[in-house]
Ligand binder design. Structure first.
Ligand SMILES: [Zn+2]
Length: 435
């Protein structure tokens, strides 16, 4: 046979052998592990947890190694055996690896548990570009004095030298988010919760950058203590029989109306307040009002943060705090929106009965409850003074009145400050104007 005929044949066989060999490898590596890095921003601090999701549906996962590389330096961040798991979540941190701020490449090498005659199982290498950022954001507090009354509100205005993922005031266990204003400054409405003692009130401003570096800056403040009233509420069988009908289906199987009352006054109250907290954290990022909050006309009844003991047949059966104020007028009096905003709740709302909640932006909300009628819907924009409903006695109300409440990021605060133009000037608009 001529060489010109043999060569193509040899070549053909060689291609065939190579294809078979590749086929073996291919067969065994048909599903190398899937690797994905969970990151909301490519910048990381040294402590930022970098979560890597791994999966291998075929033979399962054998091992993973995460190495960080910056120029000539390499550091193994984590190395783990995964024992054939189908899925795994591995967390790595830059920690004290000897890198400086700047670009870093993360090399993630994952092996599955498959074997082949050529020795290696399925393997995948994924590279992820990151930026190491170890600098904490710098907070420049612009607002000067923060005189905060127990049960009341305060405003901090500040600037920060970089983009943030989160900012706001930590007060005990509670976090009050800050909002970025159109001019680039930040404003944080916070509260001195009525339930907190003066000695426990230490507001700390937080700023967390995109990499996760957190700055904590205590603010200068002056707490003003306030004592609240105490009140006894007598529960008559007439009241319980009449009012608890509304809640019978919420708590079926209870033998007495008093038991239903105790469930409503505790569990349902807690659920309603949890919902207010949720709504408060989803507030509009703009300030939607300018003027003093309108007060519905009528006679003041129960006050803000009155401590209440509930008496049944001469026995104390429960205790709660009345957050908000009660205002009584003629039955079914029209109720005006205290300021412009967006209706975020308009429904029968547990202990509050028929209720409207208006969001005024940056966490500030007003609540109108025990209404006989609701005239707006969730999603509506309302103007100052617009009638949103009529007073009534729905929910846990002994008689026709308006229960009015103000919330700052879900924390009930004294409504009196928001009715007082000089308080608003000194503590809100003045601080925004830089005075
Ligand atoms: Zn009330």
């Amino acid at each position: 046979m001529k060489l010109t005929r043999i060569l193509p044949m040899v070549f053909g066989v060689a291609v065939l052998v190579a294809a078979v060999a590749a086929g073996v490898v291919f067969f065994h590596d048909i599903t190398p592990p899937l690797v994905s890095v969970r990151l909301d921003a490519p910048a990381v601090s040294r402590d930022r947890e970098i979560v890597v999701d791994l999966a291998d549906e075929g033979s399962g996962l054998k091992s993973v190694r995460i190495v960080a590389v910056q120029e000539q330096s390499r550091a193994i961040l984590t190395e783990k055996s995964l024992d054939g798991a189908r899925k795994a979540e591995v967390v790595a941190k830059i920690g004290d690896a000897p890198f400086r701020d700047g670009p870093i490449v993360l090399e993630i090498t994952a092996h599955d548990a498959s074997m082949s005659i050529l020795g290696s199982g399925g393997k995948r290498v994924v590279e992820q570009q990151l930026t190491l950022d170890t600098k904490k954001p710098v907070i420049n507090l612009e607002s000067q004095f923060h005189n905060v009354i127990r049960g009341g509100s305060g405003l901090a205005v500040y600037t920060v030298d970089e983009d943030l993922s989160r900012s706001g005031m930590q007060v005990g266990e509670q976090f009050f988010p800050g909002y970025r204003l159109p001019d680039g400054r930040w404003a944080c409405l916070f509260a001195f919760p009525w339930s907190m003692q003066v000695s426990d009130f230490r507001p700390v401003l937080l700023a967390v950058d995109k990499a996760g570096n957190t700055r904590e800056r205590p603010i200068p403040f002056h707490p003003i203590d306030k004592q609240f009233r105490h009140d006894n509420i007598n529960l008559s069988d007439g009241f319980l029989n009449d009012k608890m009908q509304q809640f019978d289906q919420d708590f079926p199987g209870l033998s007495s109306k008093l038991e239903v009352f105790l469930k409503v006054n505790n569990e349902m109250r807690r659920a309603n307040l949890a919902r207010m907290r949720e709504l408060g954290l989803a507030s509009a990022p703009q300030i939607l009002w300018k003027e003093t909050f309108l007060r519905t006309e009528g006679k003041p009844m129960a006050g803000f943060a009155d401590h209440r003991s509930y008496i049944y047949n001469g026995q104390k059966v429960d205790e709660q705090t009345h957050t908000g104020v009660d205002i009584a007028n003629l039955a079914a009096s029209p109720v005006p929106a205290a300021n412009p905003g967006r209706v975020v709740l308009a429904e029968f709302f547990g202990i509050y009965g028929n209720t409207v909640v208006i969001d005024h932006g940056i966490g500030l909300m007003t609540l109108y409850s025990h209404l006989s009628q609701i005239s707006v819907q969730a999603g509506d924009s309302v103007t100052r003074g617009q009638v949103i409903g009529n007073t009534g006695a729905t929910g846990m109300a002994g008689g026709d009145h308006l229960h009015y409440e103000v919330f700052v990021s879900g924390q009930s605060v004294s409504p009196f400050e928001w009715w007082d133009p000089s308080w608003i000037r000194n503590n809100f608009t003045g601080k925004l104007a830089g005075q």
